[in-house]
Structures are given as structure tokens and as C-alpha cells.
Ligand binder design. Structure first.
Ligand code: IPE
Ligand code: IPE
Ligand code: MG
Length: 266
């Protein structure tokens, strides 16, 4: 597994376009309600938006796109809506995987997949297998995902595999067990739909991401909104704990603690 480094262990190199964009695709229900349509019409339209955003990300040189499709808390929704979303996921995988593959996109689905029905799990596994060698863009779909669930499953697996080091585990020991270990930390986070919260999305990985909130409802999100978010990102000063003066005078401050795994050093 590639080591992408950690923003808390070492100051990352962050020039240019965001390498990893993470999006909470929110506002589908309100989009539909505004048009006197059932909420699920918004979810359907949301899939079209995602297709367009994937293309726009590739055109802009973004290497990793991670989208929140279904949270571990979304099971609390009415059963009809949950089941519509599951069917939509199946349909989208059936329709889109071949096209993703043609476009050089690697598909990853992260979350607690055990709760999904076998048909969906098989489609996910097949889609991941087919696209595993692609690198133009890595599209990660977070489904039945929760940031707290992820940290706990990682800690439990680390504990099972390395009980002898309990009490001395480091950040670098835990990182490979997190479900986003295949990607660097997000540079830019976008949430559509007007809410300004994280809703249990990537709470570990967003530690130093730049946050951008827009009132645009997800089905209305487009390349222009994406460019506005990227323009805002370019104006940010990513200090990672340092001062502005340090950034200006040295261009780059000395790296902090080196990433080290007690497991490797043991
Ligand atoms: C986001 O849109 C999609 C999912 C959570 C699956 P919402 O369904 O949350 O839309 P709003 O927030 O109710 O408008
Ligand atoms: C977050 O949106 C989850 C997804 C977009 C999949 P929600 O609409 O579920 O979040 P809350 O409930 O408003 O925080
Ligand atoms: Mg919502």
C-alpha cells in the first residue's frame, strides 16, 4: 500500500490543483420538493450530476474524487427511500462501470458493506475488480460509511493483528487499516445543499482539508460551482500549524515529526 503521508505527522506538499476532492452530495430531497416531485427524483437526478462532476474533475487534473452516497445514519430514513437508494446504487453500477473503466477510472466503494444485500455486494466487488488497474482518476464512493465506524474498525483490526503493541500504537500504525488508505488526505472538501457540517464523513482524513460550503443543491451542482470552490481553495493559506511568516520566508517550513510506524520499527 502506497504511503501518502499524514498532514499531522509531516507538512505535505500542496501546490496546484487539489489532488483529492471529497464531496458531501447533499440537497437531493429539497431539489425534488421545490419541483413538487418525490424526494427520490432528486436522488435520481443526483446520479446525473455525479457523472458530470467526474468528467469535470478529470478535465481539471484531480486524481482522487470521494463522494458520500449513503451514511451509516441514513438507515434512519423511511424504508421506501432507503430501498430506492439501494436499487439506484445497483442500477448505477450496472449502467456505469463499463464507462468508468473505458475512461481509466478506478472504482472503490468504502463503508460497512456487510449490511448490503448480496447482489449489491457482488456488483461492487466486480466493479472494483474490473477497474483496479486504472489510475486516471480514483473514484471512491462512501456507502454505509461513517467516520466513527471507520476509526473503530481500523482500531479493532490493528488490535487483533498486533495485540503485543497495545498501548504503543502510533498514527502511522493505524492509518493502513482505515478504509481510505488507498488515497491521500482530501485537499478540498465541498458540501452542497447549504448545511455546514461534516455529518460523520471522513472525520480522521479531513483534519487539515480546506472546507467549502455552497447553497447549491446537489442536482444543480455543475462545473462552474466546482470552479468556484477550486478558486476559493487557491486563495487559502494552508499553514498546517505554522505561521504565515514561516510560509513567506522559507516557502516551506521544516517537516514536523517523521511518519513512523512502531510496527515497522519493532
Ligand atoms: C443527499 O440528499 C443524498 C443522501 C443523503 C442519500 P438528501 O436526501 O439528504 O437531500 P436533503 O438534504 O433532504 O435535501
Ligand atoms: C450526509 O447527508 C450524507 C450523505 C450526503 C450521503 P445527510 O443529509 O444525511 O446529513 P444530515 O442528516 O443533514 O446531517
Ligand atoms: Mg440531506
Amino acid at each position: 500500500m502506497a504511503d501518502f503521508g499524514s498532514s499531522t505527522l509531516r507538512v505535505p506538499d500542496v501546490s496546484g490543483v487539489p489532488r483529492h476532492l471529497a464531496i458531501i452530495m447533499d440537497g437531493n430531497g429539497r431539489w425534488a420538493r421545490k419541483r413538487f416531485l418525490p424526494r427520490v427524483a432528486g436522488h435520481k437526478r443526483g446520479v446525473d450530476t455525479l457523472r458530470r462532476v467526474i468528467r469535470a474533475c478529470m478535465e481539471r487534473g484531480i486524481e482522487y474524487l470521494t463522494v458520500f452516497a449513503f451514511s451509516s445514519e441514513n438507515w434512519r430514513r423511511p424504508p421506501e427511500e432507503v430501498s430506492f437508494l439501494m436499487n439506484l446504487f445497483v442500477a448505477a453500477l450496472n449502467d456505469e462501470v463499463a464507462r468508468l473503466h473505458e475512461n481509466g477510472i478506478r472504482l472503490k466503494v468504502v463503508g460497512d458493506l456487510d449490511r448490503f444485500e448480496p447482489r449489491l455486494r457482488e456488483l461492487i466487488a466486480a466493479g472494483e475488480r474490473q477497474t483496479a488497474g486504472n489510475r486516471r482518476l480514483t473514484l471512491t464512493i462512501a456507502a454505509n460509511y461513517g467516520g466513527r465506524w471507520d476509526i473503530l474498525q481500523a482500531a479493532n483490526r490493528l488490535g487483533q493483528e498486533h495485540p503485543e503493541r497495545c498501548g504503543r500504537w502510533t498514527e502511522a500504525d493505524l492509518a493502513p487499516y482505515l478504509v481510505m488508505a488507498h488515497a491521500p488526505e482530501p485537499d478540498l472538501f465541498i458540501r452542497t445543499g447549504g448545511e455546514e457540517r461534516i455529518s460523520n464523513f471522513m472525520i480522521w482524513q479531513l483534519a487539515y482539508s480546506e472546507l467549502y460550503f455552497t447553497d447549491k443543491l446537489w442536482p444543480d451542482f455543475d462545473a462552474r460551482t466546482l470552479d468556484a470552490a477550486i478558486a476559493s481553495y487557491h486563495k487559502r493559506e494552508r499553514r498546517f500549524g505554522r505561521t504565515s511568516e514561516q510560509l513567506r520566508t522559507t516557502g516551506e517550513a521544516p517537516a514536523a515529526v517523521e511518519a513512523s510506524s512502531s510496527l515497522q520499527n519493532a
